[in-house]
Ligand binder design. Structure first.
Ligand code: CMP
Length: 139
């Protein structure tokens, strides 16, 4: 099934100037980029985006990190895009990520792990709607 997923290239990867490399990985793996923009989230926006994690001990640090600098948000589309993107990203903790995955290559820690990708179809719909209006999405 052709799916859409929401990708975020996080502040650590943008600062390291590897966002182009990461976009290249998406393109060479057959993802269509239906929308893309660079934004600098406020702490409050990061809190809203990650609200499902609000009870977790890492929530404050996560929101501080995600609002620490610009990020690149994208809508990626391909067959089984949600799982395909999670496979390419690798495990949440770069120490556990397989060789060749984005987090293995560019992540430094579970907090600074280079990329985010939607974890389910329900999350993808919510996360895409959080950042993009219909007018911003290539049809
Ligand atoms: P992400 O895919 O953006 O979703 C939530 C983020 O919280 C996750 O990547 C990690 O960067 C961060 N995080 C920090 N600690 C943990 C943890 N123990 N479990 C899951 N995510 C964590």
């Amino acid at each position: 099934m052709i799916e859409r997923t929401l990708s975020i290239i996080k502040p650590d990867a943008v600062k390291m100037k590897v966002s182009g490399n990461i976009i290249n990985i998406f393109e060479t793996n057959g993802f269509q980029i239906l929308a893309m923009k660079k934004i600098h989230m406020s702490y409050k926006q990061a809190q809203d985006f990650y609200k499902e994690h609000q009870a977790r001990p890492f929530y404050h640090d996560l929101c501080t990190f995600m609002s620490s600098g610009p990020v690149i948000v994208q809508i990626l589309e391909k067959e089984n895009a949600i799982k395909a993107n999670r496979d390419i990203m690798g495990a949440t903790n770069p120490a556990d990520a397989d060789t060749g995955t984005i987090r293995k290559m560019y992540g430094e820690s579970i907090d600074n792990n280079a990329v985010h990708g939607s974890d389910s179809a329900t999350s993808a719909v919510r996360e895409i709607g959080f950042f993009f209006s219909e007018l911003e999405i290539v049809q």
